[in-house]
Design a binder for this molecule. Structure first.
Ligand code: AMP
Length: 554
């Protein structure tokens, strides 16, 4: 039995003292519960305390300082002739990002936010500032420019936040930060957030923070060292490629059952819908789902009626599914603890589980923390290519055929093979049979016909080419990939001419030649391979520069 429990979080955002309008917004955004940094920072910040927090990107740190700032500014009732809140960040991307989430969180409170960064029109920023705004999110250099030209008045700042303080120091903004800090009123509330807390940050905090609350999230957890046997892999990819990469991973790993984690309810629903649209049997699990639905989803996963469950941390709590083979962190979990819990769902019953994390480049720091926590290695993998997928599918067909041969009981088909053998070579018959079996198993998916053709030149064509050359492969042969094919007007004699001509080997040492639309594969004795590759590196085929390399077999 699952340790089923209500997924309605009893210790949600409301309990932290946040304004019901903010809590409602977070609910609409699909946030189910505060992350640890939020749980610890929001209360003291709402009380007006200074805070120094150690938290990396991905921990939910932005909301941790943004929500209390919005609420306190709304509560103060101050007009926006001068800004009340100032957030300093190291880069323009972060300035835009933070301003956008501030806007999202704060829209019900009618708080206005603008980003100010270098590379953007100074005059335009000046006009926005003149119009009045509640919160400014700025890079230090540009903020100092505005201060000098007196277009940014910091005399009304009641809350100042430094986000990624260590990075700002590393980027050489120390002096700018001091200038800005000195321009703000001494009685302001100050927040420092930083992924690391080197002595320079501690020194700055000592000078500028008043009796701060210290929050450190990346501390050791009780679970350290007890992590299950799990193969851990991460893909570092931009957000926009996640769905595509997830699809490839699922196709390549082909796991019997998978749990995919997202951060928010909205993301869970969205991803479930998109995966379903791509033909995966996926169902959602999050705090907005009834107990009855939840039980049904889990039952269906156990029975193999669905392949994938997409869940939030809250919904997956207490979930115990023996046959789970793969956990995917579609979003990096907010803490090492959460990572350990998530990946602990696989690798049960002594089997090796697989945990895959999709991380934004900025989130790679968290991966290091996860490694520490699990005392395991997270391998950073290359995204599987279409060729990898094809190879994998073909391998599945090969295994299925091998099993069929071992199982025997094939006499029924003998008559068909014998009849074909009167006209055709046995190898060709086998190739055609494999092709049909492969296609029937879904090996050739819609829309991939072109690429499939590219990866595996048609058997008939190979045969024809071989006949044309009047010889078959012999000895220890290897294959060379040539990046030009039929569409470039390549014929077997062009390849023989180029290879023999450039590398000085005899034409009759060249074996079978296969020509596909966009490339060709040429068989050569293994011992001549390096000579040919060397010679072809800079040569032209039909007047074109063409890639020539060893052909990697499926
Ligand atoms: P940050 O560490 O501030 O860069 O946040 C990382 C991501 O987590 C952002 O995409 C946030 O929208 C998201 N996030 C922050 N807090 C929560 C939460 N309590 N629940 C779900 N997602 C969150």
């Amino acid at each position: 039995m699952d340790k089923e429990k209500s997924t309605e979080s009893s210790d949600g955002f409301g309990n932290l003292g946040l304004d019901p309008r903010l809590v409602a917004t977070l609910g609409e955004m699909g946030y189910e519960e505060p992350t640890p940094i939020q749980r610890e920072a929001i209360g003291p910040l709402l009380e007006g305390r200074d805070v120094i927090g150690q938290a990396a990107t991905g921990t939910g740190k932005t909301a941790a300082f943004a929500l209390p700032m919005l609420q306190r500014i709304a509560d103060s009732g101050k007009d926006r002739a001068q800004p009340s809140g100032l957030i300093l960040v190291p880069t323009r991307e972060l300035a835009m990002q933070v301003a956008e989430v501030m806007h999202k969180y704060g829209h019900k409170l009618k708080i206005t936010v603008i980003p100010i960064y270098g590379g953007h029109s100074f005059g335009q920023q000046q006009r926005m500032l003149e119009r009045g705004v509640d919160v400014v999110v700025a890079t230090p250099g540009r903020a100092v420019d505005h201060i000098r030209r007196q277009t940014l008045d910091l005399s009304g700042i009641s809350i100042l936040a430094l986000d990624e303080a260590d990075e700002m120091l590393d980027m050489g903004f120390a002096e700018d930060l001091e200038t800005i800090l000195s321009e703000t009123p001494a009685e302001r509330q100050t927040v420092f957030f930083s992924a690391t807390l080197p002595p320079r940050i501690a020194g700055m905090a000592k000078r500028h923070l008043k009796n701060p609350v210290r929050i450190q999230i990346a501390r050791e957890a009780a679970t350290k060292g007890t992590a299950p046997k799990v193969r851990q892999t991460a893909y570092i990819i931009p957000r926009g490629r996640k769905l595509e990469v997830l699809g490839r991973i699922l196709d390549l790993e082909d796991p019997p059952s998978t749990l995919v984690f997202c951060r928010t309810r909205t993301e869970v629903d969205d991803l479930t819908e998109r995966l379903s649209a791509h033909g995966y049997r996926a169902q959602a699990l999050h705090g907005g789902i009834t107990q009855e639905q939840r039980t049904r989803v889990i039952k269906r996963l156990r029975e193999g009626a669905i392949d994938l469950v997409v869940a939030t941390d809250v919904a997956a709590r207490g979930l115990d599914i023996e046959q789970l083979a793969l956990v995917v962190n579609y979003d990096v979990p907010a803490t090492p603890d959460s990572y350990v819990h998530r990946i602990g769902r696989v690798g049960r019953a002594g089997r090796e589980g697989v945990a895959i994390t999709l991380a934004d480049p900025r989130e790679s720091r968290l991966l290091k923390q996860f490694e520490k926590q699990t005392r395991g290695k997270i391998e950073i993998a290359q995204v599987p290519t279409i060729a990898d997928l094809r190879a994998k599918r073909l391998e599945l067909t090969r295994v299925a055929l091998r099993e069929s041969i071992l199982a025997g009981d094939l006499d029924h088909y003998r008559v068909a093979v014998e009849s074909l053998a009167q006209e055709h070579d046995l190898m060709d018959i086998a190739l055609a049979a494999v092709k049909l079996a492969h296609q029937a198993a879904g090996g050739d998916k819609d829309g991939e016909e072109d690429e499939e053709r590219e990866a595996k030149p048609q058997p008939r064509e190979a045969r024809e080419a071989r006949e044309e050359r009047g010889r078959g492969p012999k000895g220890q042969m290897a294959r060379v990939y040539v990046g030009a094919g039929r569409s470039a007007g390549i014929r077997p004699q062009d390849l023989v001419g180029a290879i023999a001509g450039q590398s000085g080997i005899a034409g009759n040492q060249i074996g079978a030649i296969e020509i596909a639309d966009r490339f060709s594969v040429v068989e050569l004795p293994e011992e001549l391979m390096n000579t040919v590759l060397q010679a072809m590196r800079k040569s032209l085929i039909k007047g074109k520069n063409v890639v020539v390399r060893r052909f990697v077999e499926n």
